[in-house]
Design a binder for this molecule. Structure first.
Ligand SMILES: [Zn+2]
Ligand SMILES: [Zn+2]
Length: 355
């Protein structure tokens, strides 16, 4: 697998959706919305501005001794004083670690000095504190659950398209832009004219293959949030006989930072407290609609009825009117959570963190 790119340390955040939630402050969200400054080190995107950092990374690489590797990495992280969550599988690594700038540098150098990870990209977020209480490195069957053991991502995957190439190609004739994310994600935002699939979990993608058959001989440009799902999805498409498969390297997030996000309609759904982030600074739009009144809004909440907890689009006005509920039925539920305007509830929030 080749790693190209404009020289950012960069990795996806969509990977963490089934593993944890990351606490984000408003200030952090504002910082995140801005494109990165010019990198100094060709692989590092930000200069240390705050005392702590969070590193996001993934790489599909064949790790036959994954279990041993996980144990060794955990030992290293603990000795270094890092916190975070990392998944290790025979197919690669996927994780987030947090610590001081120095600790994070040690982690980066530790992995970069291993030949298998020498080209691994890191996305660095500046933090005022560490993001986790503990350090976990877990051995798993897959770094992103897909449930198709024949799909070997490190052997065959779609051709990478860097954001600029994607921007040039996505409006070509004979191109099908394919969103491999879940419904809740593309409802908030997606590439203009993208084909979407009605799935709740990434592992359900094989079930919607019949409706994608028609694109078998077209140029398929697949994308997801940060790239990790796409690599697996394109490997699967190729295995299913698709001839011409590409995917957006670094996903929507990197596309937004590099190109300004042209032709991405709406917001990019992220699996942390921010829920939706702006990526399009060129021709931004809002496409998501309030479930109650159909007003266009980017506000997403969890239903205040804990038994329902549906994650859905709800405008400010209906939010108060409905006390944060998705329906009249939920509104009369015996134990509603108190709606404070955010639609975010500490407990139970994890219920929609799925993939
Ligand atoms: Zn409304
Ligand atoms: Zn509800």
């Amino acid at each position: 697998m080749e790693t190209k790119g404009p020289g950012y340390i960069f990795a996806a955040s969509c990977l963490h959706q089934d593993t944890f939630m990351k606490k984000q402050t408003q200030e952090h969200a504002a910082h995140e919305a801005k494109p990165y400054a010019e990198p100094k080190d060709s692989r590092i995107a930000t200069a240390p501005l705050k005392p702590y950092q969070t590193l996001l990374f993934y790489k599909y690489v064949h790790l036959p001794e994954a279990e041993t590797f996980a144990a060794q990495l955990l030992k290293f992280c603990k000795e270094t004083g890092l916190t975070g969550r990392v998944l290790v599988a025979e197919e690669g690594i996927n994780g987030t670690v947090s610590g001081t700038v120095e600790q994070c540098n040690q982690f980066i150098h530790h992995l970069h000095s291993d030949e298998r990870f020498s080209d691994m990209e890191f996305k660095i977020d500046e933090e005022n504190t560490t993001s986790f209480a503990k350090m976990h490195v877990r051995y798993k069957k897959e770094i992103v659950h897909f449930g198709q053991p024949d799909v070997n991502v490190w052997e065959k995957t779609g051709t990478y398209l860097e954001p600029e190439e994607w921007l040039r190609m996505m409006n070509d004739k004979d191109v099908v832009v394919l969103d491999v994310r879940n419904k809740v994600e593309w409802e908030l935002g997606k590439f203009k004219n993208a084909v979407t699939v009605d799935i709740e979990h990434f592992r359900d993608l094989p079930q919607v293959m019949p409706q994608l058959e028609q694109y078998k001989n077209k140029k398929v440009l697949a994308y997801c949030t940060g790239g990790i799902r796409c690599e697996k999805a394109t490997a699967y498409l190729i295995q299913q006989g698709f001839q011409n498969v590409f995917h957006l390297h670094g996903g929507i997030i990197k596309y937004g930072k590099v190109t300004g996000g042209k032709d991405f309609d709406g917001q990019c759904y992220v699996f942390d407290n921010r829920i939706g982030i702006d990526v399009n600074y060129v021709n931004p739009t809002v496409i998501s609609q309030c479930k109650i009144c159909n007003t266009k809004t980017t506000k997403m909440v969890n239903c205040a009825n804990p038994e329902c907890n549906e994650h859905f689009v709800l405008c400010e006005e209906c939010g108060w009117k409905m006390k944060g509920c998705c329906s009249e039925a939920c509104l009369v539920s015996p134990r509603l959570r108190v709606y404070d305007g955010s639609g975010y509830y500490q407990k139970g929030t994890q219920q929609w963190i799925n993939d």
